[in-house]
Each structure stands twice: as structure tokens, then as C-alpha cells.
Design a protein around this ligand. Structure first.
Ligand code: ZN
Length: 134
């Protein structure tokens, strides 16, 4: 069941709400940016994330095909979410950074399934050979 969480960056400039069902699954990825940022995310539909403040502080960062917008706060550098827009498939969704959520129950998080994606090799549906460090 979805719950509505509040979250934000470190300095507080960027604030958002997200409707998430953590028990439905979370994701860790080994791509070049997720691995460096140690991102642990949950997917949310476009209407399930609402920016409450900080639109002017959100900096978009993209690379390669730029289908993923790796937003970060220009003041503190924290990445509250990614916006993914894949024209080839029509898929559009957020990846919400679970570390930015407030009031997320740790037991609930530990019980949530984790899908590991092999983004490093552009094999998004595959599990990487090594996942221990993610
Ligand atoms: Zn900030």
C-alpha cells in the first residue's frame, strides 16, 4: 500500500512529497552515477511525486542518452530524485532517493525487496555479477 512521505535535500531548499509503496520493491544500480552516489531508490509514477519547494535550486545532470535526469540541489549537492523519460518506450517515472525520505520505517525498509540493476553494462533487466558493494 502506498504511503505519502515527505522528503528533501540536506540544506532544506528542495522539499517534496512522494507516494510510495516500499514493500513493492526498491532498486540499487551499479551504473556509473548510481554507484558513486550509492543510490537506493524506489520508483514512483509521475503524479506520485510533488515538488513542494526548491524548483530553482534543482540542477539537472545528464549524460549519454540523457533519458535520466539526475537532479541535485545546487546548494548542498544532495540528489532527492531522478526523473526518467524514455521516449523509445514511453516510460516516464521518478526514482526517489530513499535516503532523502523522512519517517521511513527502518524495519519496513529492511523488509523491502531490492532489485539490483546492471546499469554499468546497460543491462537494466539483469542482475550484476557483483552486488555486495551496492
Ligand atoms: Zn539542498
Amino acid at each position: 500500500m502506498k504511503k505519502t512521505y515527505r522528503g528533501g535535500c540536506h540544506c532544506g531548499a528542495v522539499r517534496f512529497e512522494a507516494d510510495l509503496d516500499i514493500s513493492a520493491g526498491t532498486t540499487k544500480c551499479n551504473c556509473s552515477i548510481c554507484a558513486k552516489a550509492r543510490l537506493w531508490t524506489a520508483e514512483a509514477a509521475p503524479d506520485d511525486v510533488r515538488l513542494l519547494s526548491g524548483a530553482d535550486e534543482l540542477q539537472d545532470y545528464g549524460f549519454k542518452a540523457h533519458v535520466a535526469h539526475h537532479y541535485f540541489c545546487r546548494q548542498c549537492g544532495i540528489r532527492p530524485f531522478q526523473w526518467v523519460d524514455i521516449p523509445a518506450t514511453g516510460r516516464r517515472y521518478y526514482n526517489v532517493n530513499l535516503a532523502c525520505l523522512e519517517g521511513l520505517d527502518i524495519d519496513e525498509l529492511m523488509a523491502a525487496p531490492v532489485t539490483h540493476e546492471d546499469g554499468f553494462n546497460d543491462r537494466w533487466e539483469a542482475t550484476p555479477a557483483e552486488i555486495r558493494h551496492l
